[in-house]
Write a protein that binds this ligand. Structure first.
Ligand code: FES
Length: 103
């Protein structure tokens, strides 16, 4: 699906991320700075935090909610851990903003 990553300085990366990957993996595999993903997608580091700008992503699971308490940047209602967002047709056109504290 087509996923757009916005960097804090306004740089825009529009990528075709294969279904089944996480939004985090789409960033890591395309060298997008700002998504660190220290834990490798285990939902235990909170360094893959993004803000969902537009797109239907549903509600975070409980373990994701818990990790969202620990994000370095401001937590907003749109905060998600990108490793917990699995790419598929329903995420087509998703836009995420990367917080500036992850640089
Ligand atoms: Fe560690 Fe997402 S990569 S919580």
């Amino acid at each position: 699906a087509r996923i757009t990553y916005l960097e804090p300085d306004g740089k825009r990366h529009e990528l075709d991320v294969p279904d089944g990957w996480s939004v985090m993996e789409g960033a890591i595999n395309n060298d997008i700075d700002g998504i660190v993903a220290q834990c490798g997608g285990e939902c235990s580091c909170a360094t893959c935090h993004v803000y969902v700008v537009s797109g239907e992503v549903g509600e975070p699971a409980e373990d994701e909610q818990d990790m969202l308490e620990l994000v370095a940047a401001e937590r907003k209602p749109s905060s998600r851990l990108s490793c917990q967002l699995t790419v598929g047709p329903e995420l087509e056109g998703l836009v995420v903003q990367i917080p500036d504290t992850q640089y």
